[in-house]
Design a protein around this ligand. Structure first.
Ligand SMILES: NC(=O)c1ccc[n+]([C@@H]2O[C@H](COP(=O)([O-])OP(=O)(O)OC[C@H]3O[C@@H](n4cnc5c(N)ncnc54)[C@H](OP(=O)(O)O)[C@@H]3O)[C@@H](O)[C@H]2O)c1
Length: 256
């Protein structure tokens, strides 16, 4: 059984947009089937107005640093769909117009640190809080669970950290990972058949990684389309007992 109702948060970002396009294409392929009306993709944008549309694709505005905005988006979806089967959070922050990731301790600044924590870590919890009831209404099974996935980063692994630097980003992704692990335990008790996953997408050619691509080895810089395809395939193979996983684009486990 394939998932039928998706929500991509951050649907205008590099990886998020590629996911939306692939899911909408899947939807198009399934047109003509009896389940046509059940297949829907919801996607959120932040600052950039989406530049593409499709049947069964519904755009909503969401600022993940504003809990009220998250709540309003969940209420707007609830009016259009009784449930969600998959939620994938593709939002992330590494640098801004004003701030770059820190190379050394002296560069750590409170505002940038808190912005990283808010967008990369806290947002995941608030999204779970406000979208729980929509996921809970998904009729899934252990083999085909509802999915609550967040794109994290390998640099959020504490045991994998060999290089140092990037304090705000690393710490926010490590906090995200702990939050999602905690969530998987709570939902594992009360919300069976939901798989909570954090994922490393590879090094992907997007605006987020653009300033840091110089040292990427040949063949190791993925297109957003390739990364999205791999991540969706990994999620398709997940069962509920894998909830609480931290995996990469190939489905390989990453140590916490
Ligand atoms: N690219 C890589 O190599 C790489 C590697 C490891 C992990 N990741 C992770 O993969 C995820 C996707 O990254 P990407 O490479 O696709 O980056 P991206 O192209 O910069 O996309 C990031 C998205 O996050 C959105 N966003 C930022 N702040 C937001 C907010 N407050 N509210 C709502 N949306 C907000 C952006 O929207 P606006 O532009 O409108 O603000 C954008 O759509 C991130 O979690 C990133 O940390 C990426």
């Amino acid at each position: 059984m394939n998932p039928k109702t998706y929500l991509i948060i951050g649907g205008t970002g590099g990886i998020g947009q590629a996911m939306v396009k692939q899911l909408v294409a899947t939807t198009a392929k399934e047109k003509g089937s009896k389940e046509e009306d059940n297949i829907r993709v919801f996607a959120t944008y932040h600052r950039r107005i989406p530049d593409f549309e499709a049947d069964n694709l519904h755009w909503l505005q969401m600022d993940v640093s504003d809990e009220n905005s998250i709540k309003q988006a969940s209420e707007a979806i609830e009016k259009q769909s009784p449930h969600l089967d998959w939620i994938i959070n593709c939002v992330g922050l590494l640098h801004t117009d004003k701030s770059q990731p820190e190379k050394a301790l002296r560069q750590v600044e409170t505002d940038f640190f808190l912005q990283n924590m808010q967008v990369n870590a806290l947002a995941g919890l608030l999204i779970a809080k406000h979208f729980r009831s929509l996921l809970a209404k998904s009729t899934r099974s252990n083999d085909h669970p509802a999915i609550f996935a967040t794109i994290s980063a390998r640099v959020g692994s504490i045991s994998d950290n060999q290089m140092g630097g990037w304090y705000s980003y690393r710490m926010s992704k490590a906090a995200l990972n702990m939050g999602m692990k905690n969530l998987s335990i709570e939902w594992g008790r009360a919300l069976k058949d939901v798989c909570v996953v954090v994922m490393q997408p590879g090094t992907v050619n997007t605006q987020l990684s653009a300033p840091f691509q110089a040292n990427v080895a040949d063949g190791h810089l993925f297109s957003p389309a390739y990364s999205a395809e791999c991540l969706l395939e990994v999620l398709t193979g997940m069962n509920a007992s894998q909830s609480g996983s931290f995996v990469d684009w190939a489905g390989e486990s990453i140590p916490w």
